[in-house]
Every structure is written in structure tokens, then in C-alpha cells.
Design a protein around this ligand. Structure first.
Ligand SMILES: [Zn+2]
Length: 163
């Protein structure tokens, strides 16, 4: 049971007047809860023609490979969020961000924005979120061990861009 954040009433699921989708609506005060996709931001740090990936130390998809990335926080610019995730997960300071691509997963409500980046400080190191970090050339991508469809799509585009 969901409760109204405005008045504490019990929310009901129905299609509001003039809407086309079912929402949680408060019958007492009329408050409507809108669910929208969340933004994930990340980087593809590239050094000497190889991309830096990490092996996830957290669920979901523990042990699979991905780029450093995570949910954008309130008050952050996209580039700040992408840089923060790279710092938190691998201990590297990235710079010279260039938009690489935007990838959606409508079934789970996620939009991922990925930047190409250079490492300006620090050596990639494991963290509470990364079991290991490793550089992969275009021919070395572990396609069968990637974390998410978005990871694969971003790396397909990266490999194409190197040809
Ligand atoms: Zn209410």
C-alpha cells in the first residue's frame, strides 16, 4: 500500500482525467505520483587506444564488466555525476569529457548518458564497487561478460569509432 506524500491518504491506482496512463492518485487531496525514467551517467576512460572497464563488485550483475557509472544525483551536472562515479568506483580523476552516446532501457525505465574521457590523475584501483579494473582494446572486449544491454551498445559504438 502506498500513502500520499501530501496528506498521508491511501493512494489508488487509476487513470487521471485527461491522462492516458494509470497512476497512483490520492482520492483525498488529488495528488498524483508520476513515475519517470531515471538517469544513469558514466564514462569510457580511454588510454592509448584502450578502454578502461571495471568488474562489478555489487549487485545487480555482480562480477560482470561495465564502465564506471551510476545514478545522477540531485544538484549535479551530468559531467559532474559521470566524473564522481569514475572517482568513487576507480579512484581516477577524469577530464576532457566528450559525449559518446545516449542509451535507453525502456523496460526498466533507465536512460544512460556516456562520455568518452581521459584520465587526468590517479591509477585505476579496485574499490567497494569494483573487483578489478582492466584496459581492453577493441578486439579484447569481453562481450559475453558485460553487465547490461546498455554496456554492450556503448561498447559497440566505441569499437566502431576506433575503426
Ligand atoms: Zn493526498
Amino acid at each position: 500500500m502506498a500513502y500520499c506524500v501530501q496528506c498521508g491518504g491511501k493512494m489508488e491506482e487509476r487513470i487521471p482525467d485527461g491522462d492516458e496512463r494509470s497512476r497512483l492518485v490520492c482520492p483525498d487531496c488529488g495528488h498524483i505520483t508520476y513515475e519517470n525514467p531515471k538517469l544513469v551517467v558514466g564514462t569510457l576512460p580511454v588510454v592509448a587506444g584502450k578502454v578502461l572497464l571495471l568488474r562489478r563488485a555489487i549487485e545487480p550483475r555482480y562480477g560482470t564488466w561495465s564502465y564506471p557509472g551510476g545514478f545522477l544525483e540531485m544538484g549535479e551536472t551530468i559531467e559532474e555525476g559521470a566524473s564522481r562515479e569514475s572517482r568513487e568506483e576507480l579512484g581516477i580523476e577524469v577530464g576532457k569529457l566528450r559525449l559518446h552516446g545516449i542509451y535507453d532501457r525502456p523496460s526498466v525505465g533507465i536512460v544512460t548518458i556516456i562520455y568518452l574521457a581521459e584520465i587526468v590523475r590517479g591509477e585505476p584501483a579496485p574499490s567497494s564497487e569494483a573487483l578489478e579494473a582492466r584496459y581492453f582494446g577493441p578486439e579484447e572486449i569481453p562481450w559475453n561478460e558485460l553487465a547490461f544491454p546498455t554496456t554492450a551498445r556503448a561498447l559497440v559504438d566505441w569499437v566502431s569509432s576506433t575503426r
